[in-house]
Design a protein around this ligand. Structure first.
Ligand code: CMX
Length: 477
């Protein structure tokens, strides 16, 4: 049916289905039918088709090379945040210290070129990236359109979650509200219900998939409710059944400017995934390994993202920039900025937005955002300030001599883009990062369930035990 309908008719039917459908399940079916090309597979069908071969490949690989040593661990790594130890499997992306992130082998410029875009848009659609991360395949435009409609059809929040959000004190940090609301979605978990009913292991991924899509569909509404409750008049716009995810999210937040919509598409895409060892990804994966639902697993990841050394750095950057601006009173010379950087370092604080546990060059996510600013507002005062800091900070941090990476990371730039379009509330910024992170960590959760990944349980020792171990090792040498 879908192939013979015009886009206009399809959109009209979708709108009317959206208004009339009482059942969430029917709505998802309508969304999938109207937008997908009859000959093309849905995301779930695509994944179902590729996963048996992937599971077999992993099984054979483990059988043949399972005992091969792939790393050695030094004592300093046990005390140093396990930095660099290989021990997690993460299919969606790999981070190279010099080059930055690759999503299924593709750099950020690659995905900007290769992923489907909205009509008239230049930026990739985050739901297309989700498809790529889950399956390793680039979806067609109509497949993404069907996925956008499917996600929109899952956006309704249960009343208890709306009530919870409406009753939080405004002083509760937006990230705490966000994680609590996601936790409270547990009532909706199809995985938890199926598990309680004793569904077989081979079926786990199907319920995890459904929960993950439900969660993705609801996140923009949760995030927008927090934004509007804390900073605006509490009301949020309606989801548009025909719009893509980024457009819907921007509109729910109350921003209809097309450039802001484009920014949201880019923002959600580049903040999604950064391999598996970062705090939010690893936490989601770890909690998920105990077979907690996607809602519980992801809310645990959000609590990690809320830390100032991780996702909250985007808020810290803005606060730091504003203090700088206040202090230097319009003097944005390199000398003044250098002095401010030294003052920050000499007071024992970190320079937010600089440094990284893995990267050793400028973060390509920073570059992508810088290019967005150069294209849309090269003369914006705050952008110019960020650019001058970029010229000065690496030299200062190198002279300071502590950080292994003096270059800017993703958080150094994102806030300035949001400021330009009028989203000035810095304490909300990490919530945007959180919505984006779901696109990266949920595919791995689904894959983990599909390949039967075990519960994670690395070994810990006390210092006494490590001393014993070292004594045993050194006495043998
Ligand atoms: N300013 C000042 N000192 C810094 C620094 C910075 N931006 N980055 C690292 N250092 C210091 C560390 O605090 C550490 O000092 P101590 O030896 O006194 O503990 C030393 O340099 C070595 O750290 P490192 O090995 O280079 O970095 P880590 O892997 O330990 O930490 C990170 C990485 C990101 C937490 C750190 O660079 C940092 O705190 N940066 C500022 C916060 C930030 O921008 N975080 C966002 C990262 C991206 C994200 O996850 O969103």
């Amino acid at each position: 049916m879908s192939t013979i309908l015009s886009t206009q008719t399809r959109n009209m039917l979708a709108r009317s289905a959206f208004k009339q459908c009482s059942s969430k399940y029917t709505l998802q079916l309508v969304a999938n039918r109207l937008y997908s090309n009859a000959s093309e597979k849905t995301l779930k069908e695509t994944f179902a088709e590729i996963i048996p071969a992937k599971a077999e490949e992993i099984k054979a690989f483990k059988k043949q090379y399972g005992k091969t040593v792939i790393d050695e661990v030094r004592l300093e790594q046990a005390y140093g945040g396990m930095r660099g130890i290989k021990g997690i499997v993460w299919e969606g992306s790999v981070l190279d210290p010099e080059e930055g992130i690759r999503f299924r082998g593709r750099t950020i410029p690659d995905i900007q070129k290769q992923l489907p875009k909205a009509p008239g848009g230049d930026e990739p659609l985050p739901e297309a990236l989700f498809w790529l991360l889950l399956t390793g395949e680039v979806p067609t435009e109509s497949q993404v359109k069907a996925l956008s409609a499917d996600l929109a059809s899952r956006s309704k929040l249960p009343d208890h979650v709306t009530n919870l959000l409406d009753n939080f004190p405004k002083e509760l940090h937006p990230m705490a509200q966000f994680s609590a609301a996601v936790t409270s979605l547990e009532t909706e978990s199809k995985f938890a219900k199926a598990y309680a009913e004793g569904v077989t292991k081979t079926e786990y991924w199907k319920y995890t998939f459904e929960d993950s899509l439900d969660l993705l569909g609801k996140l923009p509404v949760i995030a927008s409710k927090i934004y509007r409750n804390v900073f605006k008049n509490g009301k949020i716009n309606q989801i548009d059944a025909n719009a893509d995810y980024g457009k819907n999210f921007a509109n729910l937040l109350g921003y209809e400017n097309n450039e802001f919509v484009e920014l949201m598409r880019l923002y959600l895409t580049i903040h999604s995934d950064h391999e598996g060892g970062n705090v939010s990804a690893h936490t989601t994966h770890l909690v998920g390994s105990a077979l907690s639902s996607p809602f519980l697993s992801f809310s645990a990841g959000l609590n990690g993202l809320a830390g100032p050394l991780h996702g909250r750095a985007n808020q810290e950057v803005l606060e730091w920039l504003f203090k700088l601006r206040e202090e230097v009173k319009g003097d944005y010379s390199k000398e003044t900025i250098e002095k401010y950087l030294w003052d920050t370092l000499n007071s024992g604080r970190v320079v937010p937005g600089y440094g990284h546990a893995v990267l050793r060059k400028t973060d390509p996510r920073y570059i992508a955002q810088r290019e967005f600013a150069l294209k849309h507002f090269p003369d914006y005062e705050l952008f110019k300030l960020v650019s001058t800091i970029y010229q000065v900070a690496p030299k200062v941090l190198t002279e300071h001599g502590k950080t292994k990476n003096p270059w800017p990371n993703v958080d150094s730039h994102s806030g300035v883009l949001l400021q330009y379009y009028g989203m000035t509330e810095a304490s909300f910024y990490t919530v945007l990062f959180g919505v984006a992170r779901a696109f990266g960590v949920l595919p791995q959760l689904i894959i983990d369930r599909a390949v039967g990944a075990p519960i994670e349980r690395p070994k810990s020792f006390s210092t006494e035990k490590y001393k014993e171990l070292i004594q045993n090792i050194t006495s043998k040498n």
